[in-house]
Design a protein around this ligand. Structure first.
Ligand code: MSP
Length: 508
């Protein structure tokens, strides 16, 4: 079985991490955890993109050397991973020697094969985007769109990679590999881009204009241009680990699908004699309160502050529940609080509280064995079979938002079951039939809670561990069999109480 090798984009370290960075890591983590739970061997890579003009400029603005600057910011991204409970196996920084070595090797190999050549280049250059622009990039009135920042005309000698030579190969590859790009409709966008002749890719910058990069091994007066350096991280991190390449999934935002990941990267690999990644998953973008996130206008969510305030699982749950993978979504405190209160605190949290509370009151804090099952139990069990059958395929297809919705519907059904059985009434009766039904209902609610929680494991792993802990349960490593309804908790001691999702202290 091939290792499921999954990566995120590597983040620029010219500023602190934001919600978009957090989302991508959480989404990738949920996929990685789910694949591990399904029995795959998983290798999960994330990291930071530390070279280039923007970083050189940000360092200069702070009056420090670029290396000192990136050494200050990169740990913030590593801490973000830790705070978000990201289960990455490795974290690569493009300033590490292990990365630079592989970039140099690949460049030399392509140069030796004649895939890289030197030529004069004249064009309009955007410093902000670190790219030469084309006439078609202009606004209708001839000006340059704001995203390019200051645009200047420059001529310089540079090195080029023969991208154009691989255009037909890439078109064929995309057409014959329908799973190469997810969601599938985005493949159209790539093919559209490929319907125009591909220009060769400028892969260098003269050192006197950009010093902060990896030197070209065949001409030390130049450094590599951002994409050749950055994309190679996916391979450099595992080049010495047999069995990992090609990557199973590159998870990235929609802005860097075309051309970098869907065009440059597969062609670079093909030219080097390496296999293309199996799949590229392009997710949508978050806006905040309906507008683009921006630190300067204050329309910004600091993921770490958010976790400090609401807990990591509340953020993970919201990000995954709210966004349909591939589509854009909006983040607002109102919407967050609606989901937090109605789905986490009042639904799941309430089920935990009731289960503990009643098991303490009526069964000496020990989960009873069930007696004969009545209609209510059978129908809840039926609801569970259906939930399990529906949720797994949704998770397989990255439709986590819908899978979570169904998992939470099962939690709602369990709360409704409790209302129907009303153990607090049964507890007042001494009739043996009522006592038997009381035991069955306590056993059933604990079992349903265990099962519902199991479905949430990839998304809210910490809370699921807590729930198991208060039910006196340690899960096996066989996740699919954890989904079997078998009353395995009978006789377990339960905790007195557990507040999983406390009421927010203040409304921010
Ligand atoms: N360094 C490049 C990627 C190189 S990958 C070989 C880069 N860095 S980035 O920091 O600008 O973005 C990192 C990731 O965060 C990208 O996948 C990007 O799409 C994602 N996001 C940035 N802002 C985002 C939102 N507002 N919403 C969701 N994801 C967003 O690009």
């Amino acid at each position: 079985m091939k290792t499921f090798y999954i990566t995120t984009a590597i983040d620029y370290v010219n500023g602190s991490p934001h919600l978009g960075h957090a989302y991508e890591k959480v989404l990738t983590d949920v996929i990685a955890r789910f694949r591990r739970m399904m029995g795959d061997e998983v290798y999960f890579l994330t990291g930071t993109d530390e070279h280039g003009q923007k970083i050189q400029q940000s360092a200069r603005a702070r009056g420090v050397e670029p290396q000192a600057f990136v050494d200050q910011i990169a740990p913030e991204f590593q801490q973000l991973c830790a705070r978000l409970g990201i289960s990455n196996d490795d974290f690569i920084r493009t300033t590490e020697p292990r990365h630079q070595r592989v970039v140099s090797q690949l460049l030399q190999q392509l140069f030796d094969k004649g895939e890289i050549y030197r030529a004069e280049y004249q064009g309009y250059y955007s410093t902000r985007q670190e790219q030469f622009l084309q006439e078609k990039d202009r606004n209708e009135d001839g000006t340059w769109p704001e995203i390019f920042g200051e645009v200047t005309q420059i001529t310089e000698s540079n090195y080029f990679f023969k991208l154009g030579a691989y255009q037909q190969w890439l078109i064929d590859h995309i057409k014959s590999h329908p799973d190469f790009i997810f969601p599938r409709y985005r493949a159209k966008q790539v093919l559209e881009f490929l319907s125009e002749p591909l220009n060769d890719l400028c892969i260098s910058r003269p050192k006197d204009r950009l010093a902060w990069g990896i030197p070209l091994p065949f001409d030390p007066d130049f450094v590599t241009y951002v994409w050749f350096d950055a994309l190679t991280n996916y391979y450099s991190a595992v080049a010495d680990k047999p069995g990992l390449w090609p990557a199973s999934f590159h998870v990235i935002g929609k802005d860097i699908l075309v051309p970098p990941h869907a065009v440059y990267w597969p062609i670079m690999l093909q030219a080097c004699g390496l296999a293309a990644p199996q799949s590229i998953l392009a997710h949508g973008w978050w806006s905040i309160n309906g507008a683009k996130m921006s630190k300067s206008t204050g329309n910004f969510v600091d993921p770490i502050e958010f976790v400090d305030q609401f807990g990591v699982d509340a953020l993970r749950y919201f990000l995954i529940r709210e966004m349909s993978v591939g589509q854009d979504s909006d983040f607002s405190m109102e919407q967050f609080l609606v989901r937090y209160n109605s789905e986490l605190a009042n639904n799941l949290g309430n089920l935990v509280n009731r289960t503990l509370n009643m098991t303490n009151r009526f069964a000496d804090a020990s989960i009873p064995s069930p007696g004969e099952l009545g209609e209510a139990e059978k129908s809840l069990q039926q609801a569970w079979s259906q939930t399990r059958e529906e949720v797994l395929p949704l998770f397989e297809k990255f439709q986590f938002n819908m899978g979570l919705e169904k998992a939470l519907q099962f939690v709602t059904a369990t709360n409704a079951y409790i209302e129907q059985r009303a153990p607090w009434k049964l507890g007042k009766s001494e009739a043996p039939a009522d006592q038997a039904l009381l035991r069955t209902s306590l056993a059933t609610m604990a079992e349903a809670l265990r099962l519902g929680a199991t479905l949430l494991q990839a998304v809210t792993p910490g809370s699921v561990d807590k729930i198991r802990g208060v039910l006196g349960y340690t899960a096996t490593a066989d996740w699919p069999s954890e989904l079997n309804w078998d009353y395995r908790l009978s006789g377990n001691p339960v905790a007195k109480e557990c507040i999983l999702f406390p009421r927010p202290e203040k409304k921010p």
